[in-house]
Write a protein that binds this ligand. Sequence first.
Ligand SMILES: NC(=O)c1ccc[n+]([C@@H]2O[C@H](COP(=O)([O-])OP(=O)(O)OC[C@H]3O[C@@H](n4cnc5c(N)ncnc54)[C@H](O)[C@@H]3O)[C@@H](O)[C@H]2O)c1
Length: 270
Amino acid sequence: MAYNLLKGKKGIIFGALDERSIAWKTAQYCIAEGAEIVLTNAPIALRMGEIDKLAKECKAPVFPADVTNMEDLDSLFTKTREHFGGGVDFILHSIGMSPNVRKGIHYTQSNYDFMHKTMDISAMSLHRVLQTAMKHDAINEWGSVVALTYIAAQRVFPDYNDMADAKALLESITRSFGYHYGVKKHVRINTISQSPTRTTAGSGVKGFDGFINYAEKMSPLGNATSDQCAAYVVSLFSDLTRMVTMQNLFHDGGFSFTGVTPAVIEQMGE
Ligand SMILES: NC(=O)c1ccc[n+]([C@@H]2O[C@H](COP(=O)([O-])OP(=O)(O)OC[C@H]3O[C@@H](n4cnc5c(N)ncnc54)[C@H](O)[C@@H]3O)[C@@H](O)[C@H]2O)c1
């Protein structure tokens, strides 16, 4: 069901790789709610993924940008401004990657070149995007920026590896930049802490199947799906949530505040 919550709004969606991507679903929800969007992803992801399908469906241009490259980001914001003839009202940062996770390197043995990459792609990229947006004055008054995170920023999930540290940094940048952009232009910046979700990035975490089942059993409402996440993102892009900023918002069916559930205890007793 659509409510026209984003009628007349324009935005940039980072991170749609394939149909399972949270960004893919969010793009579809934004269009259904009346928005116009620009899609972007790393050049390599554009070659490997299926974004053209989404672009056609959403009638959206695709502008490549590696989020660790300032020239790419500059070009993205220049092209986006030209395309819309002005600034944007929302940005989704749905980006994460850890070479340490990919290569199965244990946290205690982290390779530091890889760790730098993890931080840059998964956390500093939000700073880079916001700094570039500010330079181009690319976000309209009361615009909204959402980045996706995971509860491993607050609590230890051992196999989440250096992504946990990246998410902690991402949430901190959200607060720090949220302050400055709020004062400057009433732009609001929040993170959504999403349940484990079967996507390319999600499934890369060791033992993901056991993990997603555990979260399901530990959440009174069950795990939040990517569709539900997309709907929540839309609410944050809308004018209904104008005074929400610098927050980390759990979207996890209650997982974050549940100590234990009968379903988990039952399993432990076996
Ligand atoms: N899937 C989960 O269980 C889960 C849970 C909580 C939070 N998240 C977060 O949600 C976000 C989206 O992930 P997803 O689960 O939809 O997986 P996904 O693999 O579909 O999306 C990750 C995206 O990051 C992009 N990316 C990687 N390196 C990049 C670079 N250098 N420049 C530009 N883009 C780059 C990829 O191309 C991809 O589109 C991530 O921040 C992830 O950490 C995922």
